[in-house]
Structures are given as structure tokens and as C-alpha cells.
Ligand binder design. Structure first.
Ligand code: FES
Length: 206
């Protein structure tokens, strides 16, 4: 696997590793793509909403560790509003790129940071818990990465239909029959969506 020197540097000597003792915000997420996990803890100034400290613990691969390291660097000293704008693509760019099959590791790290911030905002009354809708499903599908090119299946216009009725999520995806990632994508969609309490059944047609 071809990694940039920056990925290797952050993997070998990651920044901000560990767990804050008294975090104001925290989240732990697992990747449906590989089963790996990452935790992020944050200390946030209640007045300025500036992230005073942030640490991560990764049980994932080199790409996940490198992304955890770079996004905690990027988030440190920022307001939570600014930190919410960190994207997995931005993190991958900061690392001078990631191999396409490893983009989901970056998605996992950034998603965990965003979840921690969202939980903080909801707990402190700065945001309301979002009402589950079809759009929630679409947003979740944007975290499913097609490993062939390292882009999400919504952006790649592989998702042809999204439906949600009576707890059943129906997703139609278009991927050529011979594509080696077909089964992985179907499985990953199911695992992403099954994590929602509102979804009782996932029907994926590929
Ligand atoms: Fe699991 Fe990278 S985080 S393969």
C-alpha cells in the first residue's frame, strides 16, 4: 500500500493520543466497513466554545491513526463551529492523500469527531436532535465509500433510489455486475443503516 510520507509520520508518531480524564464531549464509533473503532474526547471552553484539548484512541489501521492525529491537530484551538467544518476529504488532503481503499478510515475518524461535537451541542441546548427522515439515510449513505476510487456512493451517483416507510429503508444502487466491490457495498449499506433504531429493515437492491 502506497502511503504518503505525512501519513507515515502521523502513523509512527501520532499526536494527541489518549483519553481526557474529564471530557466535556466524547464519542466512540465503529466502522461498518472493517469493524475498527475510534474514540475522541474533547475539552471545550463553555464561554468561547473553543476546543481547549482533544485526544483520540484508535483501534484501527494506519490510515485511521494518521487521520485521528491530523484531525485532532486541526480541531485544537478551533471553535466547535469551525471544527464542524473539518471533512474527511480535507483531512485526507492534509495527509497528502490516502489510498482509495482507505478513505473509509478517514470517514470514521471525522464522523466520530462530529458526533462528539453534536452530542455536546445537544446536551447544552445549542442544537436539537435531528428528526429521522429520508435525508438522514442519504446523509448516512454519504459515509459509504466506493473503495475503487475513494469517493462516496452518493457523490458517485451510484444511489438511484432511497425510500423509507414503516421502518423499512429501501435503497437501490447501481454497480456493474462484474464489479468486485458489489457485495461489500451492499453489506456496508446494511450495516450503516441497521445502526438506526428507527430502521427495522433494510432492503438493498443492487
Ligand atoms: Fe479499519 Fe482502516 S479503520 S481498515
Amino acid at each position: 500500500m502506497q502511503y504518503s510520507q505525512k501519513v507515515l509520520d502521523h502513523f509512527m508518531k501520532p499526536h494527541n493520543v489518549g483519553k481526557l480524564e474529564h471530557p466535556d464531549a466524547e464519542a466512540t464509533e465503529g466502522s461498518p466497513a472493517c469493524g475498527d473503532q475510534i474514540s475522541i474526547t474533547l475539552n471545550i471552553d463553555p464561554e468561547t466554545k473553543v476546543i481547549k484539548d482533544v485526544k483520540f484512541q484508535s483501534y484501527g489501521c494506519a490510515s485511521n491513526i494518521a487521520t485521528g492525529s491530523i484531525i485532532t491537530d486541526m480541531a485544537m484551538g478551533k471553535t466547535i463551529e469551525e471544527a464542524k467544518n473539518i471533512t474527511w476529504k480535507g483531512a485526507a488532503d492534509e495527509l497528502d492523500g490516502l489510498p482509495p481503499v482507505k478513505m473509509h478510515c478517514s470517514v470514521l475518524a471525522v464522523d466520530t469527531l462530529k458526533k462528539a461535537i453534536k452530542k455536546y451541542e445537544i446536551e447544552h441546548g445549542y442544537a436539537k436532535a435531528e428528526k429521522f427522515s429520508k435525508q438522514t439515510i442519504v446523509e448516512e449513505l454519504k459515509k459509504v465509500i466506493y473503495p475503487g476510487v475513494g469517493e462516496d456512493i452518493v457523490t458517485l451517483k451510484m444511489v438511484k433510489y432511497v425510500g423509507f416507510e414503516d421502518g423499512i429503508a429501501t435503497i437501490d444502487v447501481e454497480i456493474p455486475k462484474f464489479d468486485k466491490y458489489r457485495d461489500n457495498i451492499a453489506e456496508e449499506i446494511e450495516e450503516h443503516l441497521e445502526a438506526f433504531d428507527e430502521i427495522k429493515e433494510v432492503k438493498v437492491t443492487i
